[in-house]
Structures are given as structure tokens and as C-alpha cells.
Design a protein around this ligand. Structure first.
Ligand SMILES: Cc1cc2nc3c(=O)[nH]c(=O)nc-3n(C[C@H](O)[C@H](O)[C@H](O)COP(=O)(O)OP(=O)(O)OC[C@H]3O[C@@H](n4cnc5c(N)ncnc54)[C@H](O)[C@@H]3O)c2cc1C
Length: 644
């Protein structure tokens, strides 16, 4: 419960930038749109520079209403006749994410540099989930990912995906060595913390110094779990059960072989494992409930225990399970159990991959020639859609229809209709790659067979929010001795100082007296429901929550966690960007809820089938949420088109 007034939280402060319209599910028709206004565009740069926009980003207003209206069946009731642009392309790509940009790249490799390609994207920036957030704090540029974070996948990058990275100049292994993430908080001895909130744990209390263990946790910390938990508001029984899970070597399934144990663990949720097998007090559950959300978008009630073992969650150390994957595991868990891919991340995440692809496709738009100069390079958005250029990227242009001229089996052309502002336009294409979210394809292509439409609707994407808060300095973190805190019961389930590698001229915040960006994550879901229903409920909640409500929650949360270190939300917050992704991660099958389909008959395999001169890419087509999958699917979709 907040003890702070709006004034104390700084709700009246004129930060860069708060737009109360953003994030409201404003009741506009399909053609009546608002578009987020530019803010803090750096001096001397093109006036159109979406990476610096703040407020409600991700799926910003103006990007989704048309397709929602198509879904509701209201769009064509209000629509005027599309205006003919008289443009004809060899390829139209729907969706300017990594998959769409990679599709344009692969097609061009096959068809030559003069091939005419148009990429249509509904957002005001390219990159899809791979979005760049650029803050200018205290006169210095600070970068962070607005979505897709890292070159990191459960399985090794394919020859095509690895080859593309190399052609762009990215050698992940070499770059990871040359440009390691800067560990300023580690150098200062700052530790991870847990914030126990009053609503969930009965009392607001920050406990610093989480003992190190588990995937993703950094910093060796000699404190024992017993010592750490003794400072928490948890009951003695709950403390003792958590310490047992974290530290003791108990075989909770004695008498079974490793394979038999894995089989049993794959058929129960982690929550059920904790309650019924490890027999912990129910008060333990809120401590772990949200731990799996960052990976799968749902809590431990809906994630198999075996998948949680692969993520090195506690309780399994005494079971002596053989390393490696087993049947009935999710793609992510099975992959990480077998080792995963290489890992590297740019200061703006995989937005750098998108920017490098655009540099290859439209060199004048992205100045420079190396991965090093890319990081601080200023994109000239006015070059993206130039009439004389063979490749064009048209932003703010949701596609609302892609239809063959004549029978899809024999047609030689597809007509693509898109919305820009209040008007509809049409272009012709010899082929179309739908690199957009697969579940929107049925609304854009009514001719697709019913079975294929049904398959695409099955793939319910995972809603996620990556919030970025620019603050004046991080002395409060230093004073509290912490680099970040998990807050398992709160609106955002954690807050962390964001630091990345320094590449080229880019420098990150090195001293607590300097401004920095905080990263906060929220994964809305509804525990207890089947997994896809949880994602739908989370999406509805996200779209119905105003930015004002979110801002108040952000300020309140930061005040409650950090005020003990001297943080004042009214004084210290300089900018807020909420990257809202109602359609986030591509859906990955969950062994607790999804059947095993015969080869070739899984929804993503039926959904991605070629349809006349239209093929289907996007990471959705692989039923995963990874950049290599987005590239692999682009490669397949382009090859299907070429050989059609
Ligand atoms: C918050 C977040 C973090 C992630 N972190 C990672 C990570 O660390 N590593 C990793 O490998 N993957 C990560 N992912 C997964 C990410 O989805 C993929 O890596 C990859 O970026 C997906 O690319 P894509 O082109 O397939 O899809 P998208 O990036 O979603 O691009 C599809 C584009 O099509 C557009 N579109 C939709 N409908 C239309 C229409 N009607 N008209 C025109 N355009 C349309 C969409 O708006 C979007 O821009 C993350 C995803 C999210 C949401």
C-alpha cells in the first residue's frame, strides 16, 4: 500500500515525457488514430527520431487499432476505397522486425541488387521487438533495449542465422570477449536484493545480499540462505523451507531412476512439486511464484517442474538428475539443458541487428561502416522510403489486406492494402512474405484455408513490459549496497541498474553520481488459468491500463524500494519509457497444456504453409521467441517463394 501522495511521487513533475493519451484504450475507430508525439529529439538530428521517444512505447497508440478493428469485423464498414500508388514490387514484406528485414536481405541475395522490395511496418520505428531506447540524460546518450535483448538462444545458431550475423559484421564469440558487459555495480561490491512488499508479505522490507545461485544470478555472495532469510518478514517455517530448497541435497523422489524422475517432473507444475513433493509451507509459493515469468510469461503454477530444473531453480540438487534434455520439455528448457548458443548483447540489444540489416538494405539511412560505429550512428529516417531506392521501408503503415489477383494457385500478383493516417493505399507485389505476427494473418488474408487460420490463432503471444526509467544518479543504490532487487509481489517484478558493453564511442554510466537507466519488467498473467488464457488475460489488462496508472505504480514502487537510500522519485526521475508488448514472445508449447502433435501437424507448421504467392515468416512460425528463429523462418519463407 503506498504511503506516498501523488505530489511526493512526482506525478506533477514535467519529465520527458508523459503523454496521458498514450496507453489508454482510446475509443477511436480504425481510421481515427493518435500517434505518439516526438520528444527530446537530439539537437541537429532529423526531426523524426523514434528511438528517443518516451512514454508508452512498444505497441504504441496508432499501431494496433486497425488490426483490432479487422478482428472485430468493423474495419471495412468505415473504409474508403484504397488509393492506387501504382507501385509494383518484386517483394512486399509485411512486418519490419528482424524476420522481415532478414527476408528482404535473403530475397535480395537471390534476386539481385535491383530487385524492388517494400517493407510495410505498423509501428513508427523498424526492428519489431528489437527496438532501441535512446535516452539523453545529463547531456549524454544512454542506450538500452526496448525489447529483444541478446544474441542468445536455446539451440546453436543455424548456418543461415550465424552466416547472416557474420555478413553484418557480428562475430558473437569474438565480440563477447572484446566487449564484455561492464560490471560497475560488481566493482563497487553491490549485491542483489529482494523487496518484500506489504500486500504480499505483510510488511515492506528490503533485504540486500541474495546468496548466489541459479541461472542469471550474478556475484558470489558468501551469506547463507538462513542468514539472508532471517532478515525477511517471512515466518520461521517458510524461511526454513526456502533454505532447505536452496541449500540442502534432498532426494524428494527416492527409488526412481533419473529418467523416471524427469518423466514425473515433466508432468507436474513447479508449484505442485514444491507443495506436494518437497512439501513446503504454502507461504513459500509467493517467494517463487513470478520467478519463471521472464522466461515463459507465466508463473510457477503453469510451468513444468522439469523445465524449472533446466533453469536451475532450487529443490533439485539432491535428485541427481542426469544432465541433458528429456522428453516432454519445452523448447527453451530442453535447449538450455543441452547448452544453448553463444551469447552477446549490444548496448541497445538486438536493435543493433535491425540497424545493421537496414544499413545493408538502404546504406544511406544508417551512416558508418562497422559494428563499432553503428552503436552511436544516427539513422536518417528520411532515407527509408525514397522513390528511386530499390528497397523501401514504410513505417506507420499497418497492412490490412493481402489478396491474390485471381485464383491463389495460379495468380502471378498479390494486391497489398495498407493504412497510413486516415487513408488506405494499395501496391502490387509478385510475392509477399508475411513476417508479421502469425495470428494477424487470418485477418489480413481471408482466403487462407480455415484449418490454417485455426492453427495460426492457436499461437497466442506472450504479453510483456520492459520499463526503462532514466534517473539523475544511482547513489541510492550505492547507499543501499545493491545493484537491483527482485520484487516478486509487485507490479514490476524487479528493478535493476542497466549496464551494457562499451563499444566504439559509446560509454555507459560508470559512477553512482552519473545518470543511468533502470530496467523494470512486468509480465501480466492470471495464475490458475490454462497458459494461453493467462496470456490473453494479461494482454487485455495491458491494453486497458493507462500510462498515468502505470507511471504512478512505477514511481510508488521505486520510492518504496529505494527511499531508504535517499531516492526521491519526484526529484530523481528524469524520463520514463514503458515498452508495452501485448503481443510479445512467440508462443512456445508448454508440456503441461499442449498435446504432442504428429510431425508436420503442429499449429505453427500448419500455420506457416505457403499460400499461393504468400509465404509466412516471423519467429511465430517456429513456435519460439528467438532471433535466430526469426532469421531461419525468413530464410525458409523466401526460399518457398522463390521456388513457388
Ligand atoms: C520483451 C522481449 C524480449 C525479448 N528478448 C529476446 C532475447 O533476448 N533474445 C532473443 O533471441 N529473442 C528475444 N525476444 C524474442 C523476439 O520476438 C525475437 O528475437 C525477434 O525479435 C522476433 O522478430 P520477428 O521479426 O519474428 O517478430 P517481431 O519483432 O514481432 O516483428 C514483427 C513485426 O510485424 C509487425 N506487424 C504486425 N502486424 C502488422 C501489420 N498488419 N502490418 C505491418 N506490420 C505488422 C509488428 O508490429 C512487428 O514490428 C524478445 C521478445 C520480447 C517481446
Amino acid at each position: 500500500m503506498s504511503q506516498f501522495s501523488d505530489r511526493e511521487l512526482g506525478m506533477d513533475r514535467d519529465i520527458t515525457r508523459r503523454d496521458f493519451l498514450n496507453g489508454m484504450a482510446v475509443g477511436v475507430g480504425a481510421l481515427g488514430m493518435t500517434r505518439s508525439a516526438p520528444a527530446q529529439e537530439p539537437a541537429g538530428q532529423s526531426p523524426y527520431y523514434p528511438p528517443v521517444r518516451t512514454g508508452m512505447r512498444g505497441s504504441h497508440d496508432g499501431s494496433y487499432e486497425a488490426v483490432h478493428s479487422l478482428k472485430d469485423g468493423t474495419f471495412w464498414k468505415h473504409a474508403a476505397k484504397p488509393i492506387d500508388t501504382h507501385e509494383t514490387y518484386d517483394l512486399v514484406v509485411v512486418g519490419g522486425g528482424i524476420s522481415g528485414l532478414a527476408a528482404a536481405y535473403f530475397f535480395r541475395q537471390h534476386a539481385g541488387e535491383s530487385a524492388r522490395i517494400l517493407i510495410l511496418e505498423n509501428h513508427d520505428d523498424f526492428g519489431g521487438h528489437a527496438k532501441r531506447n535512446e535516452f539523453h540524460l545529463g547531456g549524454r546518450m544512454q542506450l538500452v533495449n526496448g525489447g529483444t535483448v541478446a544474441i542468445d538462444s536455446p539451440t546453436p545458431y543455424s548456418a543461415e542465422a550465424d552466416g547472416l550475423l557474420k555478413e553484418l559484421g557480428i562475430d558473437p564469440l569474438a565480440m563477447a570477449k572484446k566487449y564484455p558487459a561492464i560490471n560497475v555495480s560488481g566493482d563497487l561490491g553491490l549485491k542483489q536484493a529482494v523487496f518484500f512488499d506489504q500486500e504480499t508479505f505483510g510488511e515492506d522490507r528490503l533485504v540486500v545480499g541474495v546468496p548466489a545461485r541459479g541461472r542469471g544470478r550474478t556475484g558470489a555472495n558468501p551469506t547463507s540462505w538462513k542468514e539472508f532469510l532471517a532478515k525477511s518478514p517471512l515466518s520461521e517455517q517458510v524461511q526454513s523451507d526456502i533454505a532447505r530448497l536452496e541449500e540442502e541435497q534432498v532426494d524428494y523422489l527416492p527409488g526412481l531412476s533419473s529418467a523416471e524422475k524427469k518423466d514425473r517432473l515433466s508432468r507436474m507444475s513447479y508449484k505442485d512439486f514444491l507443495l506436494n513433493i518437497a512439501k513446503v509451507d504454502p507461504g513459500v509459493i509467493p517467494f517463487y511464484q513470478t520467478r519463471t515469468q521472464g522466461e515463459w510469461g507465466v508463473g510457477i503454477d503453469a510451468e513444468p517442474a522439469l523445465d524449472c530444473w533446466a533453469l536451475r531453480m532450487p529443490g533439485f540438487q539432491g535428485l541427481k538428475l542426469e544432465p541433458g534434455s528429456a522428453p516432454h520439455m519445452s523448447f527453451t528448457a530442453a535447449g538450455y539443458a543441452n547448452g544453448g548458443s553463444y551469447f552477446f548483447h549490444f548496448p541497445d540489444g538486438n536493435a543493433s541487428i535491425a540497424r545493421l540489416l537496414v544499413r545493408k538494405l538502404i546504406p544511406s539511412a544508417v551512416p558508418g561502416s562497422s559494428v563499432e560505429d553503428l552503436v552511436t550512428s544516427v539513422v536518417d529516417y528520411s532515407c527509408l522510403d525514397q522513390a528511386q531506392a530499390p528497397v523501401r521501408i514504410r513505417l506507420n503503415s499497418p497492412v490490412v489486406r493481402a489478396r491474390h489477383h485471381g485464383n491463389p494457385a495460379h495468380a502471378r500478383e498479390v494486391e497489398v492494402v495498407y493504412l497510413q493516417g486516415q487513408k488506405l493505399f494499395k501496391v502490387k507485389a509478385r510475392g509477399v512474405v508475411m513476417a508479421c505476427w502469425n495470428m494477424v494473418v487470418p485477418f489480413l488474408c481471408p482466403e487462407v484455408p480455415a484449418k490454417q487460420k485455426e492453427a495460426m490463432h492457436y499461437l497466442v503471444k506472450v504479453p510483456l513490459v520492459y520499463t526503462r526509467v532514466g534517473i539523475r544518479n544511482w547513489t541510492a543504490f550505492q547507499n543501499l549496497g545493491m545493484s537491483g532487487a527482485a520484487s516478486p509481489g509487485m507490479y514490476h517484478t524487479g528493478v535493476n541498474l542497466s549496464t551494457g558493453p562499451e563499444i566504439g564511442d559509446y560509454k555507459c554510466s560508470r559512477s553512482p553520481g552519473e545518470p543511468i537507466i533502470l530496467g523494470m519488467t512486468r509480465t501480466p498473467c492470471q495464475p490458475g488459468l490454462p497458459v494461453r488464457e493467462q496470456h490473453k488475460a494479461g494482454r487485455a489488462e495491458l491494453l486497458a491500463t493507462s500510462f498515468e496508472t502505470c507511471e504512478r505504480k512505477i514511481r510508488d514502487q521505486l520510492a518504496r524500494i529505494l527511499s531508504g537510500g535517499g531516492f526521491d522519485p519526484a526529484r530523481d526521475i528524469e524520463a520514463i519509457t514503458m515498452n508495452r508488448w501485448p503481443h510479445g514472445y512467440g508462443y512456445e508449447y508448454n508440456p503441461l497444456f499442449d498435446p504432442e502433435w504428429p510431425p508436420g501437424e503442429a499449429p505453427h507448421e500448419i500455420g506457416r504453409r505457403r499460400f499461393g504467392r504468400i509465404t509466412i515468416a516471423n519467429s511465430d512460425s517456429a513456435a519460439t521467441a528467438y532471433t535466430d528463429a526469426a532469421i531461419n523462418q525468413a530464410y525458409r519463407a523466401v526460399n518457398e517463394l522463390i521456388s513457388a
